[in-house]
Design a protein around this ligand. Structure first.
Ligand SMILES: Nc1ncnc2c1ncn2[C@@H]1O[C@H](COP(=O)(O)OP(=O)(O)OP(=O)(O)O)[C@@H](O)[C@H]1O
Ligand SMILES: [Mg+2]
Ligand SMILES: [Zn+2]
Ligand SMILES: [Zn+2]
Length: 320
């Protein structure tokens, strides 16, 4: 039977302007991003809507009988697609980055180029069920950190069928606090996040740094670390104290007082999350730091809208 071959050859969605051959679309639904099967792929030409296909196999069960051919029923590509779309709708990805992809990310400096490279490499080499080293993206506001987390999770879920979750750390603290009022324990909320195959934690280091927040973060990260699970992070706090302060104080005209104050000002992730968590991050992740002068895309876009002449060549896809 040629059903299996047909499944392999089927190029559903190819040439579609809406999904560019991906067969699914991600769209903003209020606060969250949601996925759906593209209209071009709703009617499956592979299985005719049955959802499964017959695939021919060959195997040797005994030497006497020798090699035998047999047919098995397997889920069709359209079944996988529907499942992945449903998985995506459980990620909790913010609606504001529904448009984000590796393709529409622009690197304005080497560090951003490296950031995209690290995220893309992570996504493309990831094998479902095999934990791998994650990454931490550190940098100023509006530089595409959440954009890259979103692009990575979208690839993992929709191309590979990996179960993932996105959490913004201060929203997580708020959810747990609200849970307390409803009589839920922190563990009820932390539990599923500790176990999901890939977790993205955004805005790491944000918050009041209260004992409750530190304990929550410590528990979540320690549990994922102990289980060797993959975790991705984005943060506005800096990863590299030494190199920074060396660059900022090249000459001797700064007093030790000034230098000490400067260290306090350079908001270090290590100081925000504490040694225990930072030490685990070093082992769990590849670090990428974007320099302070990386342009804020929210502002540059605003300026381009106000002064359209400045925006020549600004890359903007349809509906983005
Ligand atoms: N380098 C980039 N290329 C393309 N789009 C970008 C880039 N940087 C930011 N954007 C877009 O600008 C908006 C803000 O980006 P994003 O939310 O990823 O920033 P961020 O680094 O997470 O900022 P913050 O630190 O404030 O959370 C998004 O719509 C995003 O798609
Ligand atoms: Mg962000
Ligand atoms: Zn399509
Ligand atoms: Zn099908």
């Amino acid at each position: 039977m040629a059903m299996g071959e047909m499944a392999a050859k089927a190029n559903v969605g190819e040439g579609c302007d809406v999904c560019a051959g991906r067969t699914y679309v991600i769209e903003r639904r209020g606060d969250l991003a949601g996925a759906k099967v593209c209209a071009c792929s709703e009617r499956c030409t592979v299985c005719g809507g049955k959802g499964h296909v017959l695939v021919e196999r060959e195997a040797t069960f005994s030497q006497k009988v020798g090699s035998r051919r047999y047919e098995v029923l397997e889920p069709c590509v359209c079944t996988h697609r529907r499942k992945r779309v449903a998985l995506f709708n459980d990620v909790g990805m913010p609606g504001v980055v529904a448009h984000a992809s590796f393709d529409n990310y622009r690197a304005f400096n080497e560090a951003q180029d490296r950031g995209r490279g690290v995220a893309m490499h992570f996504a493309h080499q990831y094998v479902k069920g095999n934990p791998s080293k994650g990454f931490v993206l550190s940098g100023p506001v509006g530089t595409g950190k959440t954009h890259l987390l979103a692009s990575t999770l979208a690839h993992l879920v929709l191309e590979l069928g990996v179960r993932t979750r996105y959490v913004e750390i201060s929203l997580l603290y708020a959810t747990i606090r609200r849970g307390f009022q409803e009589g839920k324990s922190g563990g009820e909320i932390i539990g599923p996040l500790s176990e999901v195959e890939v977790l993205a934690i955004d805005e790491l280091g944000k918050g009041r740094g209260s004992p409750f927040e530190m304990e929550t973060l410590d528990e979540l990260i320690a549990r994922r670390y102990n289980a060797r699970r993959t975790t991705l992070f984005a943060t506005n706090y800096s990863l590299e104290p030494e190199r920074k302060s060396a660059r900022q104080a090249p000459t001797g005209y700064r007093s030790t007082e000034d230098a000490r104050a400067a260290v306090k000002e350079t908001e270090l992730l290590r100081e925000r999350v504490g040694e225990r968590i930072y030490s685990r991050l070093c082992e769990m992740c590849t670090f990428v730091e974007l320099p302070k002068d990386t342009p804020d895309r929210r502002r540059t876009r605003q300026e381009m809208d106000t002064h359209p002449s400045l925006g020549a060549g600004a890359p903007r896809g349809p509906g983005r």
